[in-house]
Design a protein around this ligand. Structure first.
Ligand SMILES: [Ca+2]
Length: 85
């Protein structure tokens, strides 16, 4: 067991939230990720983080963007309740 989620955990969370199966998250799917990570933000906060995470401004969060913001924000500390397969 580790105190930080593994790559597989994060990919699992991302994939589970990617309801469209297009390997990128829209705002609604991004909200699901936050819930899976145990983060509870207001709609305005979520929108703000979404826009910050979307580094190439295409309106979606790719897995690379997801990882980048997790690393930069340190969000993914501790276990991921929703990540157990
Ligand atoms: Ca993007």
């Amino acid at each position: 067991m580790t105190t930080r989620p593994t790559e597989d955990d994060l990919l699992s969370v991302f994939t589970r939230a990617d309801l469209g199966g297009d390997e990128k998250l829209d705002l609604m799917e991004f909200t699901l990720v936050l819930e899976a990570l145990g983060l509870s933000w207001t709609r305005a906060e979520t929108q703000d983080r979404f826009e910050k995470a979307d580094s190439n401004l295409d309106g979606f969060i790719s897995y690379e963007e997801f990882r980048a913001i997790l690393d930069s924000q340190g969000w993914a500390e501790g276990p991921l309740p929703g990540a157990r397969a």
